[in-house]
Design a protein around this ligand. Structure first.
Ligand code: ADP
Ligand code: MG
Length: 563
């Protein structure tokens, strides 16, 4: 609201909530820290799990930072930005979500102290940016080489990533599955660089049996069954016909009346229909196909004839699955039975219907294209299966990261401590206020080894001191082995390693988010549209909690005269 000769001039819509300067900033920082605190206890292999219950009562039990933040319904705009940090981290590299959020929280906490010392936010964010650039350089410099041929490196990084999950007891088996899957889909591009697209790894889930029964299958799984019990359930060396059209007589679009004058005419009519179906089936038999996978329906009579010809038929398969099958088996997708030629049929070493719990699924294995792989996830209950799914997703991402980036660092707080030490040296070369910001950045990194220690019941300060001493002596991978609480000089010797890109991305996304929050000095929240009667003031759609006493929602309840 501005003043013009004593008359108030309304610039923003009535009810707009506004917070400025220090208030806006400390409010935003406070909200962001709350989010960081929420995930703090889940960091590392000794971290605790969270049970999240949504408004429908559905339960998720997880330890995954990104999932925790995805499930909790955050209202505050700055808190939402922290949730974005986890999302970015997850989509870019697939791991390190908790780390990045904790780091962003710590950066903000410490930046607040600098602001209180009258250092301008822009100076701080500039210092943070410099520190982040330098940190990336340091991380790259301390990395060891790995890549698709370094099986130990791939397995270790997948296991490290899964050791912090509920499924950690099966991490060896799951890590091997992740590695094999990524190796199967990895491809070299023209520049000789390895690329692996995790989307190419199909995932199927089914509760039952145990986590250790999770398996990697070379091929494709369809959650369908063979149409008729008389058909074979097991075909080896299978020629496969992929069909997009139905095997039935096309119905006309409009009703037709048939005048029957003699009883034999009905029979003739039926005979004619049978003949047409028989011709269709004969075309299939002649093509040499032993398996038919059809996107549409199949006439009962056709099923009968196909079954007699010992052909396995699966119907109503999703278009996307037919397309995948076409790639995997090298078969053409047909729409017209007249066009089929034997050489364009697909091929797989084995097509089999198997019972998984109460359902029958079709397994198409040993396909022509070895790049088609499926991970069939098993586990005691749906909750377990879902958590295995998340762990496998992270494992696949981590293996991909190493395959593509070919760099590893030791874990257990090692990269953070090393980067902090080198950053402090760099800071002293800068001088001035920026030096302060870079130092604060370095101090913030210590939150990771500290939190890892805290969550394992170790003394934070004691651990940090031991770590620093080890690093000062030149052990760049000195970290805390949380399996026994010891500080050891080389985390890679106990197989605790992480992809460098995960650490690099955590630095980048946390710096970006904290800088963005630090640069805000004005929060203007427009009035939300009127809420239905009966809603509590400040309820859904109201101002985010924590934003200035009740906010707009509360004002909605005032009588008109008071505005
Ligand atoms: P994030 O979501 O950030 O990946 P996690 O809960 O997965 O968080 O924890 C990752 C951290 O745990 C990393 O810093 C990693 O080095 C550390 N870590 C994992 N396993 C071990 C271990 N056995 N000993 C020490 N640190 C470990
Ligand atoms: Mg992790």
């Amino acid at each position: 609201m501005a003043q013009l000769g004593g008359t108030p001039v309304l610039i923003m819509r009535e009810g707009t909530e506004r917070q400025r300067g220090r208030d806006a900033m400390s409010n935003n920082i406070a909200a962001a820290i709350v989010i960081a605190e929420a995930v703090r206890t889940s960091l590392g292999p000794m971290g605790m799990d969270k049970m999240l219950v949504d408004q429908f009562g559905d339960v998720v039990i997880t330890n995954d930072g990104a999932t925790i933040l995805k499930e909790i319904d955050v209202q505050h705009p700055a808190a939402k930005m922290m949730v974005e940090v986890a999302k970015t981290q997850d989509s870019e590299v697939g791991d390190g979500t908790t780390t990045s959020v904790i780091l962003a929280g710590e950066l903000l906490k410490r930046a607040k102290k600098l602001i209180e010392q009258k250092i301008h936010p822009t100076v701080i964010t500039e210092g943070f940016r410099k520190a982040a650039d330098k940190a990336v350089e340091i991380l790259d410099g301390m990395s060891i080489k790995s890549g698709i041929d370094d099986e130990k490196g791939l397995l270790d990084s997948a296991m490290t990533c899964m050791s912090s999950k509920i499924v950690s007891e099966s991490k060896e088996k799951l890590a091997k599955i992740c590695m094999d899957a990524i190796k199967a889909v990895a491809e070299k591009n023209e520049d000789g660089k390895w690329l692996a697209d995790i989307e190419k790894v199909q995932i199927q889930k089914k509760a039952g049996e145990s986590i250790d029964d999770t398996s990697l299958i070379q091929g494709i799984i369809l959650d369908k069954e063979v149409v008729s019990p008389g058909m074979p359930k097991f075909v080896k060396d299978a020629k496969i016909l992929l069909l997009q059209s139905a095997i039935e007589i096309q119905k006309t679009e409009f009703d037709t009346k048939l005048q029957i004058t003699r009883p034999e005419q009905i029979q003739e009519f039926l005979d004619e229909e049978e003949k047409m179906i028989r011709t269709m089936v004969e075309k299939i038999v002649k093509s040499g196909a032993k398996v038919v996978i059809c996107q549409k329906g199949i006439d009962d009579l056709a099923q009968h004839f196909l079954s007699k010809a010992d052909i396995m038929v699966v119907r109503r398969v999703k278009k996307s699955d037919i397309e995948k099958l076409s790639k995997a088996t090298g078969g053409m997708i047909y729409t017209n039975l007249d066009d089929i030629t034997e050489d364009k049929l697909g091929w797989a070493g084995l097509v089999e219907e198997r019972k998984i719990m109460n359902d029958s699924w079709i397994f198409i294995e040993e396909c022509k294209d070895p790049k088609s792989v499926v991970i069939l996830i098993r586990g005691g209950t749906d909750l377990v299966v879902d958590e295995v799914d998340r762990a496998i997703h992270d494992g696949l991402c981590v293996v991909r990261d190493v395959v593509e980036d070919e760099k590893l660092v030791g874990g257990g707080g090692a990269p953070e401590v090393e980067t902090a030490i080198q950053l402090r040296k760099y800071a002293s070369s800068l001088g001035g206020r920026e030096q302060l910001a870079v130092e604060v950045f370095a101090d913030s990194l210590d939150i990771i080894p500290k939190t890892l220690a805290e969550n394992a019941g170790l003394d934070q300060i004691d651990t940090l001191m031991k770590l620093r001493a080890a690093h000062q002596q030149g052990n760049k991978f000195a970290g805390t082995n949380l399996d026994n609480g010891d500080v050891i000089n080389d985390m890679s010797s106990v197989g605790v390693v992480e992809p460098t890109v995960v650490k690099v991305q955590a630095i980048k996304s946390s710096t970006e988010a904290s800088s963005m929050i630090l640069r805000i000095d004005d929060v203007i929240a427009s009035a939300k549209s009127a809420m239905p009667p009966g809603m509590p003031p400040g309820g859904p759609g109201g101002m985010p909690p924590g934003m200035g006493g009740g906010g707009m929602g509360g004002m909605g309840g005032l009588p008109p005269g008071m505005m």
